[in-house]
Design a protein around this ligand. Structure first.
Ligand SMILES: *Cc1c(COP(=O)(O)O)cnc(C)c1O
Length: 459
């Protein structure tokens, strides 16, 4: 074991050096992958120098998501305190299902959940869990909402046409979850968004009324706190009033930008969150913990038990069952995703988490202002979002992003809204400073200058 840990340290040393010197690894086309790397598994063991060499090669050729040139997805960077916690979780190798095997790790998970419930204004009757990701958090919320409408569905299956609602800009897991749960993709009704990509409450209410008139059962609204493309916040307060009126479960999917709850300056973006039935966010997105670290909070904990406890009724549980988290989780064996968040939170305090959130919004503002103040750029996204969406001159966003990647310059992705495609710069790496953001634009402009004729123009 000690030998392998030493090897680990030496591989990581090299990786950190490479990230500095070559922040973007050399892209390998999938078709060439097996020619460029020895990934083969054989009858005979691979040992000593050969084994070390293969590992180092693999690591150095893997895309560098923690460098200051990675703006591609809704995570990035590497918080060292959180990495430390996750490495310890690997060594401890507990399962979060029972107190007997996880001991104080259960207390860590419960402390995080309790603190967040307090932050969002859920009372002592609330609870939560750590699903494997935001998609599964949305799934669990959907199931609880379904069961709340009629607990017998757990035994008999569906007997009525039950309708869920989400915005046209929401995450694709909503549709998949309708399929998994037997509720059916067609029973997810998409609500239109305004010009900023926020769900329009009036349209939601109209749709609900129409569905009720048709004899259907509306049961679930998914609001998004940070839509995947534009980073828009649905108006939770207004939506919660509608949900209350029609007795519909309101889930707030904050996977992307839900961590605003930690900042007194930005939590107003989730005004009304205390009126939701459930809320989820990914600490591996804004807070920079390793993947995955996803938290689901439920205002009334009995729904977690009702839908996810398979053996005993909620009423008959002993006190100790509060510490047997398998009773309220999707999985049986479950990885300890709480520890990495706890080591981070413990090390920087709630104020430190607020600083991370505010720093990210500062860097996004720097990027947005750069785009706004430069006539070669067109801006498509809005304030209070970590997605800075733009086009440069009249270049095709998709081609530009692809060529920047193939030339080992930048990892940045593209998106589209209302038929317009654009570059989506995601300023979610908390280690990035103003210089890193300005450097992004310098690299992009320099690349275009040198390759003007190679990059496709927009149609
Ligand atoms: C990322 C994201 C998800 C999915 O989370 P995973 O952890 O990747 O499953 C869901 N909803 C939104 C809004 C997201 O940004």
């Amino acid at each position: 074991m000690r030998e392998d840990l030493l090897l680990f340290n030496s591989i990581v040393e090299e990786l950190l050096k490479q990230e500095q010197e070559n922040p973007v690894s050399i892209p390998i086309k999938a078709k060439e992958l097996y020619n460029k790397l020895d990934l083969s598994l054989a009858d005979d063991p691979c040992i000593n120098e050969e084994f070390t060499k293969v590992l180092k090669d693999l690591v150095s050729k893997t895309p560098r998501t923690a460098s200051n040139r990675f703006f591609n997805q809704l995570w990035g960077g590497r918080n060292s305190k959180a990495v430390l916690g996750d490495l310890l979780a690997v060594m401890l190798n507990t399962s979060m299902a029972t107190y007997k095997v996880a001991g104080p790790q259960i207390g860590i998970e419960k402390e995080i959940i309790a603190q967040i419930c307090k932050l969002i204004g859920y009372n002592n009757n609330s609870d939560g869990t750590f699903p494997v990701g935001g998609s599964m958090g949305n799934f669990m919320a959907l199931i609880m909402a379904r069961d709340k409408k009629d607990l017998e569905i757990r035994n008999n299956g569906l007997s009525k046409k039950m309708i869920a609602y989400t915005s046209s800009e929401s995450h694709y897991s909503n549709a998949k979850n309708m399929s998994f749960s037997g509720l059916g993709r067609h029973n997810l009704h998409y609500i239109n968004c305004n010009e900023k990509g926020e769900m329009i409450p009036k349209n939601l209410e109209e749709k609900i009324k129409e569905d009720i008139a048709n004899g259907f059962v509306p049961f679930y609204v998914n609001a998004t706190a940070g839509t995947t493309v534009l980073g828009a916040f649905d108006p939770v307060k207004e939506l919660s009033n509608i949900c209350k009126k029609y007795k519909i479960w309101l889930h707030v999917d904050g996977a992307y930008q839900g961590a605003v709850i930690f900042s007194s300056k930005y939590k107003h973006l989730l005004e009304g969150i205390e009126n939701s039935d459930s809320f989820s966010f990914n600490a591996h997105k804004m807070l920079g913990t390793p993947l995955t670290c996803s938290i689901l909070l439920i205002k009334d904990k009995k729904h977690l038990f009702n839908s996810f406890n398979n053996t005993a009724d909620y009423l008959y549980q002993t006190d100790l069952d509060d510490y047997n988290l398998g009773k309220t989780s999707f999985q049986c064996g479950r990885r300890n995703d709480a520890l990495k968040f706890w080591t981070l939170w413990k090390a920087v305090g709630t104020n430190g988490l607020a600083n991370i959130v505010e720093h990210l919004f500062e860097t996004s503002k720097i990027a947005r202002n750069y785009v706004r103040n430069n006539s070669n750029y067109t801006l498509y996204s809005f304030n209070n979002s970590l997605s800075v969406c733009f086009n440069y001159k009249d270049y095709d966003a998709i081609d530009l992003c692809t060529k920047l990647y193939e030339s080992q310059k930048l990892l940045v992705g593209y998106g589209s809204f209302k038929g317009e495609a654009f570059v989506r710069l995601v300023t979610i790496n908390a280690e990035n400073k103003e210089t890193d953001i300005l450097n992004f634009f310098n690299i992009l402009e320099d690349f275009v200058r040198k390759n003007e004729n190679l990059i496709r123009k927009k149609k």
